[in-house]
Design a binder for this molecule. Sequence first.
Ligand SMILES: *Cc1c(COP(=O)(O)O)cnc(C)c1O
Length: 465
Amino acid sequence: MHPTLADDLDRLPELLQSARDLATREVTGLADRPVVRLDEMPHRYALPAEGTGAEGALSRFAERWAPGFSGSAGPRYLGFVTGGATPASVAGDWLTSAYDQNVSGSAGSWATALERETVAWLRELFGLGERHSGAFVTGATVSNTVGLAVAREWLGERLGVDVSREGAAALGPVDVLSGSPHSSTAKALSVLGIGRDRLRRLPVLPDNREAVDLAALEDALAGSEGRPAIVVANAGTVNTVDFDDLRAIAALKERHDFWLHVDAAFGGFAALSPAYAHLLDGLDEADSVCVDLHKWLNVPYDAAVQFTRRQDLQVRVFHNASPYLGLPTGEPDFLHLTPENSRRLRALPAWFSLVAYGRAGHREIVERNVALAQRLGDGLAALDGLRLLSPVRLNVVCFTLAERPTPERVDALAQAVASSGEAFLTPTVYAGLPALRAAFSNWRTTEADMERVLATVASAAARVG
Ligand SMILES: *Cc1c(COP(=O)(O)O)cnc(C)c1O
């Protein structure tokens, strides 16, 4: 063994203690550090010929790189839908690395069974029934991709084509219908060989909604002339957190042949609150469902779950068995269910958080985030220079300048907020207007944080004029 490695093995307890000390300093200081870093990054060093040992790596990281990391896990980073990492999930994540299990299969370890237990808990949390099976993937983009891959295989089943063997081209053109799809849906269609252009954006409901117009959806399905289609329903859109009517969409299956995939990346968490669970009514009728965990479950990157009711088709797409072994039977190992073969035990952080805080603890995060979004919305609406572009339906506030919301002026507003170090919001375009979004999904955000964000946006808006 290289002497530096041997030395690190001897000093492992001290090393883990030092890493713990750094993490403690960083995480406890999260609420005070600048929310984003906008200044220049350091230059690259050459590849080290001789190593410094782990303590040396730790101090070099702390010196050169740590000061430039954002406070995106902290309470006033409201860009995208980011979430943070609960204390228990950080502990679980550390142990995931320490144990370094490969959950591709179940041989010789209970780690796979732990992932299955976690998936079953999540299924219950989101109100899905026994018909749905699930697996961990790295994020909602991959979860959408896996769901749509199973949909593609289902189209093959309907048309008498074995897509896994013959390829997507054998299907001919595929219709993918959606009202307000997330950009990752188009990316998934590109990866799957269906093609980005096959995504047809349907009209949405009037009066400032992002939910699909059911009559338009039914027309589009009728226009498919008996060819089976894929419908991507959206449960929580990124700009205004609108929800398609899942129950009504599922009911269209009585008259039309389609696979129903639901992108509930963060909207799925509405299920945790009795006040909002109705938004997901009908979710259990979906053929496949995507839910992100590194957003509103507040576990570290990267984690999402993918549910489907057709595990048999999922195995057709993803099985990794040698050709002469045939398809796996019984409860398939995870390497036959997801794009990866070797897989990190990314269920452990979620398991820790669910055990530590339970349904009640995670419900409190969701309800507090929603209440804060609503109060920020009220506060911004009361300012002269700003206006809301939509009612605050759940955890996102979408707003713009009241006067001349040009791209340059809205960008200046975003820059002024970011450069304050106090908060971070992401730009968007909604209803044709450049706008900003403030998305609440972090377990640490308090009323006082929301007040600081409001004050920051108010003074930035006053400066932009
Ligand atoms: C964030 C998001 C995605 C993509 O998720 P990643 O985890 O970034 O891959 C997909 N759909 C919706 C609705 C999202 O909010």
